[in-house]
Design a protein around this ligand. Structure first.
Ligand SMILES: *[C@@H]1O[C@H](CO)[C@@H](O)[C@H](O)[C@H]1NC(C)=O
Ligand SMILES: *[C@@H]1O[C@H](CO)[C@@H](O)[C@H](O)[C@H]1NC(C)=O
Ligand SMILES: *[C@@H]1O[C@H](CO)[C@@H](O)[C@H](O)[C@H]1NC(C)=O
Ligand SMILES: *[C@@H]1O[C@H](CO)[C@@H](O)[C@H](O)[C@H]1NC(C)=O
Length: 370
């Protein structure tokens, strides 16, 4: 910048013109300062958009102050930024301990939070929590001692059965992807409970390279009947799939979901009520793009045997007991690492707030924590 300094200064200016010359010098100086300030904002701005290196280096985000999850990125900016993948696959230039991202879709407070608090106790550094609220202006008042403190992501209005629910899932994934240590991404609701201890779940996910997304083909009104021909050619009816909303995916798949610009616009436009995009978007897209990486089943247990079948069974104080919990934990009619001797489900729903006391009481003996 020194080279920009006005060379006329070296020449002796005629005495009468000196004030004018000084003014010019002053104007130039101000110009240089303004230009410098502009460059600084420009560069810090783009560093922020591309940034995250500082954030990545932190690795464990639990040690950071609450509120750091706040940002003012639009969904478009957030999904774009979250889709970045390192090209060096051989190593990480820092100590990386893979973590589970627990992503909660909540309507308001999390009534079963005290159970989850106990589940997470002692496992700091191996997990991160993200909470998406159905109402963007709802802020839960979690105590600073809770691992949920400060873990709400910027949220948008979410309507069950509409595309905004898929938007919320992608928003949660994108926020969680910003932490490069997150390796497994579990979507949970405010009525979900863990069926095993943290260590058990961590090892279960670590030992498989499959993603737990339920995928099936259902003829009739609640399956293929929801397909719209407008989705062709990206999706044709023969490849239309259904599955549970509650998934667990590995990092590569999470990136594929936030980076999807091929299928998402079709679902947004054509999967209108009563289509339920949350039951079709991921099963259809992932079974077309990465079928070999899917387990085709969910790891979250739910009871569809109740009538009417449009709503899954709910369990409250009267229904929760040791026999019942042990029965879900023991279900083994599924495949895990090509063995059918391991349990099928790591999580279960739907548990009402009234079940909390019974669950807290049974947890040490039946669930293995607390
Ligand atoms: C998954 O793991 C198994 C053995 O652990 C391996 O043979 C297989 O190639 C892996 N699959 C992928 C897609 O990485
Ligand atoms: C899941 O289904 C796909 C076909 O859509 C198949 O390629 C894949 O092997 C299945 N996964 C398992 C674990 O069987
Ligand atoms: C335990 O709960 C199940 C299902 O909620 C119920 O059918 C069963 O009768 C209960 N058992 C006892 C001993 O209360
Ligand atoms: C899974 O087990 C079956 C029989 O037990 C075996 O034939 C098959 O090769 C196994 N698959 C893998 C991927 O190990």
């Amino acid at each position: 910048m020194n080279s920009w300094a006005p060379t006329p200064a070296k020449r002796a200016a005629p005495a009468g013109r000196r004030p004018k010359f000084l003014l010019l010098l002053l104007a130039l100086g101000v110009g240089v300062v303004l230009f410098g300030m502009h460059m600084i904002t420009l560069f810090s701005g783009s560093a922020d958009a591309l940034g995250g290196l500082g954030q990545w280096r932190w690795g464990s985000s639990t040690s950071r102050p609450p509120g750091f999850l706040q940002h003012d990125m639009t969904d478009e900016e957030l999904l774009w930024r979250a889709s970045f993948v390192p090209q060096v696959k051989e190593y990480y230039p820092f100590w990386r301990v893979p973590k589970i991202a627990f992503m909660f879709l909540s309507r308001g407070p999390l009534p079963l939070r005290p159970l989850w608090d106990r589940f997470f106790t002692g496992h700091e550094g191996l997990y991160t929590i993200y909470v998406h609220s159905q109402h963007p202006h709802y802020w839960a008042d979690y105590p600073p001692s809770s691992p949920f403190y400060g873990r709400q992501v910027p949220s948008q209005v979410t309507e069950w059965g509409e595309i905004t629910l898929c938007d919320a899932e992608r928003r949660l994934l994108a926020n969680a992807l910003l932490d490069i240590s997150n390796e497994w991404f579990v979507l949970l609701s405010d009525s979900c409970i863990p069926l095993f201890s943290f260590n058990y779940i961590y090892n279960y996910l670590r030992r498989t390279n499959l993603s737990y997304v339920q995928v099936y083909d259902l003829p009739g009104k609640d399956g293929r009947g929801r397909y719209s021909p407008g989705m062709a050619p990206e999706v044709d009816i023969a490849r239309w799939r259904k599955g549970s909303q509650w998934f667990e995916v590995q990092r590569d798949i999470a990136v594929a979901i936030v980076a999807d610009v091929k299928f998402y616009p079709k679902f947004r436009e054509f999967c209108k009520p009563d289509c339920y995009p949350d039951e079709h978007y991921l099963p259809t897209m992932l079974s077309m793009e990465v079928p070999h990486l899917l387990a085709n089943r969910s790891i979250t247990w739910v009871d569809w045997t109740r009538r009417p079948a449009s709503h899954p069974g709910t369990f409250g104080m009267a229904e929760v007991n040791e026999t019942f919990l042990r029965r879900i934990k023991k279900m083994k009619t599924c495949h895990y690492s090509n063995q059918s001797s391991s349990p099928c489900f790591l999580f279960a729903r739907k548990f009402t707030p009234s079940s909390l006391q019974a669950l807290l009481q049974l947890a040490p003996k039946v669930l293995g924590f607390g």
